[in-house]
Design a protein around this ligand. Structure first.
Ligand code: GLC
Length: 557
């Protein structure tokens, strides 16, 4: 195959980095990050090796759900900047070889959106049918509530409208009715608008909710809601062959697979691997990778051009909703035993480092795993330096604290008074004094430099993201080892989940005189035995990546 195929289908081995402009870098001193601030920090991301920036919602918003409650799908929140600032940012990113994708949040609008204001004011409003109304809430109105601490029903009575409206999320987020062709067309226009501005695709919010035609006025107008996703994708491909839809689909594997579309992959380009993520935490809690291995074996292969999005943390609670009650209790006990660390009975409002007692060996192992398992890794800002959470912040905001740039006031995020910041800076052991970008840039042993190394190796090792992955059998119950093969290349990686060292014998692809396995993350070479195996010693929570090299191979190692 052509090497450039990996560049054409860039998302298959991208490094995605999610951030909220509001908490990234403040240049005008109002306590809120801004687009110009992000532009100033673009080289931090370029140096890290990020290839795709995912911007959390930057649209005008009353900010009652951290920007996921939008009042204008076409605009930029003036507190963050302007369209001009955004285009400058995209231009800078492109110059550094980075694409920019944006959150597309079209399951609902804010109740302050002019469409909803008009819809609720009169039954004659052209926007009335853009939302879902009922005279009476259905009997199952309480089923599937997403925020059980805040909401008691999916239907809210609106005095002005004289009817109930559907809201699958907060009551201030009325659901749009996608069985209405006008709504579908408008969403297409929104996509077209941002593509034209230089955006390379979207992280699509809450996809199963968007496609759910619950309570719709005319369900027949969209008999198969997946048709709509296919339409979106086809439209996007016509406008920009390289744009992606990265979908938030937290469902069992079999159902998630349907959102990739048929064998041609005609719906979402990528889906987050929520199951693998949850099983990874269970495996970490048990110091036994068996559950993660099971998930890897069960995970359906995506269509050829599609890819799984893998992640350790995102901006929401660390959801553990797909584990059994007992499994979830195990993870809670290991990583978030206090009630205050838990949220909605299904998740943790913590970041990884404090969950792992900030143990460098375990942190390094988890990120090594993230970059070596098949899929496109997605980082959440601050992970690269091992930021912690601030439990003094409400709910999920605990993990959405300001980026820690320096050890000075407000972590160098802003010159405003601490009380005026968009989020409260982390305090304690993981405060900016101890965890910040500047210090880690200068420390060769920092997490930042480890993650830079992982990204560099991951990007030059297409076997990992493009290849066939085989989980390897061996003698240790605490080690996950897998072999990735692609176009004649073979890479073997091994990760030790336990705090004891371990020895494993692994079958690499290839044997014969002079065949070696060369370490990619540290100096060293291991001889491949005549039977095609290598024996590896792994330190407690150790990780190794090895490339199999035959005499005459011309790898740059
Ligand atoms: C998604 C977002 C979450 C938001 C919700 C409603 O789940 O990740 O942050 O609250 O959608 O838009």
């Amino acid at each position: 195959m052509r090497l450039t195929e990996t560049a054409d289908s860039w998302w298959k081995n991208a490094v995605v980095y999610c951030l909220d402009i509001e908490t990234y870098f403040d240049t005008d001193g109002d306590g809120r990050g801004d687009i110009r601030g992000l532009s100033q920090r673009i080289d931090h991301l370029a140096e890290l090796g990020v290839t795709c920036l995912w911007l959390m919602p930057f649209y005008p918003t009353p900010d009652r759900d951290d920007g996921y409650d939008i009042t204008d799908f076409y605009d930029v929140d003036p507190r963050l900047g302007t369209h001009g600032d955004l285009v400058e940012l995209i231009t800078l990113a492109q110059d550094r070889g980075m694409r920019v994708i944006a959150d597309l949040v079209v399951n609902h609008t804010s109740d302050q959106h002019p469409w909803f204001q008009s819809a609720r004011a009169s039954r004659e409003s052209p926007y009335r049918d853009w939302y879902v109304w009922r005279d009476q809430p259905p009997e199952d109105a309480t089923e599937g509530i997403v925020f059980p601490d805040q909401e008691t029903s999916l239907w809210q009575y609106d005095e002005q409208a004289g009817q109930y409206y559907l809201h699958q999320f907060y009551k201030h987020q009325p659901d749009l009715d996608i069985t209405n062709p006008e709504v579908r067309e408008e969403i297409i226009r929104v996509i077209g608008f941002w593509l034209q501005l230089g955006i390379s695709g979207f992280r699509v919010d809450a996809v199963p909710f968007l496609l759910d035609t619950l309570g719709a006025a005319d369900p027949d107008s969209l008999a198969d809601p997946h048709d709509y996703l296919r339409d979106l994708r086809a439209f996007m491909n016509r406008r920009s062959g390289q744009a992606v839809l990265l979908g938030e689909v937290n469902l069992p594997y079999k159902e998630t697979r349907e959102f990739f579309g048929d064998e041609d992959g005609d719906e979402l380009t990528m889906c987050f691997d929520f199951i693998g993520m949850q099983k990874m935490y269970l495996s970490l809690a048990r110091q036994d990778p068996a559950e993660l291995v099971k998930a890897l074996r069960e995970r359906p292969a995506p269509p050829e051009e599609a890819q799984w999005g893998t992640f350790v943390r995102n901006h929401d609670e660390l959801t553990l909703d797909k584990l059994t009650d007992d499994e979830r209790a195990e993870v809670f006990a290991a990583f978030g035993p206090d009630k205050d660390m838990q949220l909605y009975d299904r998740g943790l409002r913590r970041r990884l480092p404090p969950m792992l007692d900030n143990d460098p060996a375990r942190l390094r192992m988890v990120y090594s795993l993230l970059f070596s398992l098949p899929g496109t890794p997605v980082l959440f800002y601050g992970e690269e330096i091992g930021m912690g959470e601030n439990l003094a912040m409400e709910g999920r905001n605990a993990v959405r604290t300001p980026m820690q740039w320096t050890d000075s006031v407000n972590g160098g995020f802003s010159t405003a008074d601490a009380a005026d910041l968009a989020g409260q800076v982390v305090t304690g052991d993981l405060s900016p004094e101890h965890v910040n970008v500047v210090a880690q840039r200068r420390d060769p042993d920092s997490l930042l430099n480890w993650i830079k190394l992982l990204i560099q190796r991951y990007r030059e090792t297409p076997e990992l993201s493009w290849g066939d992955c085989t989980v390897l059998e061996h003698e240790s119950a605490t080690v996950l080892a897998h072999r990735s093969e692609y176009e004649g290349g073979c890479v073997v990686t091994a990760h030790n989940f336990a705090s004891d060292s371990a020895t494993v014998t692994l079958a690499v692809a290839g044997s014969g005189v002079g065949v070696r396995a060369v370490d990619l993350l540290q100096p060293g070479t291991t001889e491949v035995a005549e039977d095609g195996t290598v024996q590896l010693e792994l330190e407690p929570h150790g990780s190794r990546w090895l490339r199999v090299v035959h005499p005459g191979d011309r790898y740059l190692l």
